[in-house]
Ligand binder design. Structure first.
Ligand code: PGA
Length: 255
């Protein structure tokens, strides 16, 4: 039984004060929504303040990236040891990290390993670019990204995967729910090949890319899709609450 998960990826948006205001606006309502795991991923600088605000609530916290080393001379980086005092989840391999900051599959694999070693739950993002989609290479690309990221990673129930076609991120042009469900089914079959069928059946696989309150119902109604990684729409209080509410109504499970 997979408990649905909705995560808000705030990306490089909100100052600490703005982040606190946004949490203040959603906290009570979001806390009361049952049957869905709710995760907020604000910028690093707001994690400590928001961690305090979320104490005693049902809302969980995640980071947007992480270095794979625990400490050392890596100016500007944040380690798993720093994060684990503050949050439970960490987004890894987001396409913006891959394409704007040159993160390779091998780096993402090291990060995944480090996150799991230090007790953080990774939300691993994979997804093809437009030209790859248009030339029918989605399966090949997604397979390669999943296999590289999980190379030598021990079987774990803590992994969450997010399928985010790059062409759907921040473009207002979401994938169709059928397309997304088909790729998510493929990802589940790759996990079953890598680990085993039982664990693959129990892992959550989310859809991400231009999710809004207008299309969430379509995605979440697909049996394969276990939730959403929401970017732009997670910055608007009403919109995010609406997305989580619909997810709970359609797929909520006792947690
Ligand atoms: P979007 O971003 O919802 O703004 O398309 C999703 C993401 O990048 O996780």
């Amino acid at each position: 039984m997979r408990v649905p998960l909705v995560a808000g990826n705030w990306k490089m948006n909100t100052t600490v004060i703005e982040a606190e205001e946004l949490v203040y606006d959603i906290l009570d309502t979001l806390d009361r929504i049952k049957g869905v795991e709710k995760v907020l991923c604000p910028p690093f600088v707001s994690l400590a303040a928001i961690n305090m605000m979320l104490q005693g609530s049902s809302i969980k916290l995640g980071a947007q990236n992480m270095h794979f080393e625990t400490k050392g001379a890596y100016t500007g980086e944040i380690s798993p040891l720093m994060l684990r005092e503050l949050c439970e989840f960490v987004i890894l391999g987001h396409s913006e990290r891959r394409w704007y900051f040159g993160e390779t599959g091998e780096m993402i694999n090291k990060k995944l390993n480090a996150a799991l070693t230090h007790g953080l739950k990774p939300i691993l993002c994979v997804g093809e670019r437009l030209e790859e989609n248009e030339t029918g290479r989605t399966e090949e690309i997604v397979r390669k990204q999943v296999r590289t990221a999980l190379n030598d990673i021990k079987l774990t129930p803590d992994l969450v995967v997010a399928y985010e076609p790059v062409w759907a991120i921040g473009t207002g042009k979401a994938a169709s729910s059928k397309q997304a469900a088909a790729t998510i089914k493929l990802i589940r079959s790759i996990l079953a090949e890598l680990w085993n069928k039982d664990i693959a059946q129990n892992l959550r696989i989310l859809y991400g890319g231009s999710v809004t309150s207008n299309n969430i119902a379509e995605f979440i109604s697909q049996p394969e899709i276990d939730g959403a990684l929401v970017g732009g729409a997670s910055l608007k209080a009403e919109e995010f609450l609406n997305i989580v509410t619909q997810t709970a109504e359609i797929k909520g499970k006792p947690v």
